[in-house]
Design a protein around this ligand. Structure first.
Ligand SMILES: NC(=O)c1ccc[n+]([C@@H]2O[C@H](COP(=O)([O-])OP(=O)(O)OC[C@H]3O[C@@H](n4cnc5c(N)ncnc54)[C@H](OP(=O)(O)O)[C@@H]3O)[C@@H](O)[C@H]2O)c1
Length: 330
């Protein structure tokens, strides 16, 4: 059966993108065939379109690390035909065709059946970004963070993970300070629950190895010098949950935040989260990220033919919140 797909194909010095027709036979082997109703754009999807990237592990590739839709065929009795499902992470959209196509075939062990009441649109809107934000919050709470202990910083706050983290933390009663490079999004971040919004340079004051103690905790999806600054400005015993690298993948720090203030650097990975843990988190995710809040983070819906422009905007940090993809439309 033919269907539409957005393809990223490595050329000599570039990555070409196109919208083409694929057939079910071109999909990988798997237990579950999904009619993809919604996908969403994540930073990783933009990375696979950059020349020389090491994220894409096949070419041509259908990107899209998130997908949500209805099961069309299944060989696994626990995920019958007609079930509404979500798939994200693992090899999806990097080593195997992902969500930027109207159909996908995946192993049953990657599939999250949606809880009653969670629509495929909303599940895609939450997607990897919301899941990563909730994992970050979970890690911080395991490290002892509780509402009332002090301000919690969110960096890259206007992006997908950042927006979700602001909303999730504020909803749980934390005092949230959002850091963003976008002056125009201060109002949006306050609407999501931030009590204060600072610029990207508002993370730490000057201080070579240690800065003033400001943050009881932090969600950082930016990395690089930003993460280094967060570490310098964590309060005694504070922790940062680190998930991203939009400002760079290298981290320069000293041991002083760790040995003088006892701070913790907590790694967050959404890609290989075991499926049982993944299904457990998705079963109650709307308690932390309520539907109307999620809906308010959707900046726009796009067709496959509009994706290249959106992915370029993501790399230029011009996107706010979540962009949804309608994979059945060109
Ligand atoms: N570990 C995991 O499992 C996991 C899961 C999801 C995402 N991630 C990673 O997390 C990061 C964010 O992903 P996303 O999907 O939320 O991306 P996104 O929606 O594109 O948001 C990224 C945000 O980072 C900030 N930013 C961009 N370039 C920057 C720069 N040069 N310096 C400082 N800040 C910059 C911007 O926020 P402001 O304009 O508001 O400052 C931007 O909105 C990415 O690196 C992604 O690969 C990791």
């Amino acid at each position: 059966m033919p269907f539409l797909a957005f393809l990223a194909t490595r050329a000599d010095e570039s990555v070409q993108t196109s919208v083409e027709e694929l057939d079910d036979a071109e999909l990988p082997d798997g237990d579950v065939l999904v009619d993809v109703e919604w996908s969403a754009v994540n930073y990783k999807d933009a990375m696979v379109t950059t020349p020389g990237n090491r994220v894409a592990r096949r070419s041509p590739l259908v990107p899209g690390v998130d997908l949500a839709g209805r099961v069309l065929e299944s060989t696994d009795p626990t995920i019958p035909t007609g079930t509404n499902v979500l798939v994200h992470g693992y090899d999806l959209g990097v080593a195997q065709h992902g969500g930027f196509a109207a159909r996908a075939r995946v192993p049953a062990s990657w599939v999250v059946p949606l809880p009653d009441g969670l629509t495929t649109r909303r599940a895609a809107a939450i997607g990897t970004a919301g899941f990563t934000a909730v994992l970050s919050l979970d890690k911080l709470q395991q490290a002892g963070l509780r509402p009332g202990v002090g301000p919690v910083l969110v960096t890259g706050a206007s992006g997908g993970v950042g927006s979700m983290a602001v909303a999730a933390l504020a909803g749980q009663g934390y005092e949230v300070v959002a850091s963003t490079g976008k002056q125009a999004e201060h109002g949006y971040l306050r609407e999501l629950g931030a009590s204060e919004v600072v610029g990207r340079d508002g993370v730490a004051d000057a201080g070579r190895v240690l800065a003033s103690e400001r943050w009881a905790g932090a969600v950082d999806c930016v990395g690089g010098e930003t993460l280094s600054a967060v570490l310098r400005a964590l309060r005694y015993g504070g922790a940062v949950a680190a998930s991203g690298l939009t400002a760079g993948s290298s981290l320069e720090t000293t041991v002083y935040p760790f040995i003088v203030r006892g701070v913790s650097l907590l790694g967050v990975d959404s890609v290989q989260t075991p499926i049982e843990e993944r299904r457990r988190i998705w079963a109650t995710i709307e308690e932390v990220l309520p539907g109307p809040t999620v809906d308010s983070m959707v900046a726009k819906e796009v067709a496959l033919g509009e994706l290249r422009g959106v992915l370029d905007d993501v790399l230029a940090a011009k996107v706010r919140g979540r962009v949804l993809v309608r994979p059945a439309t060109s």
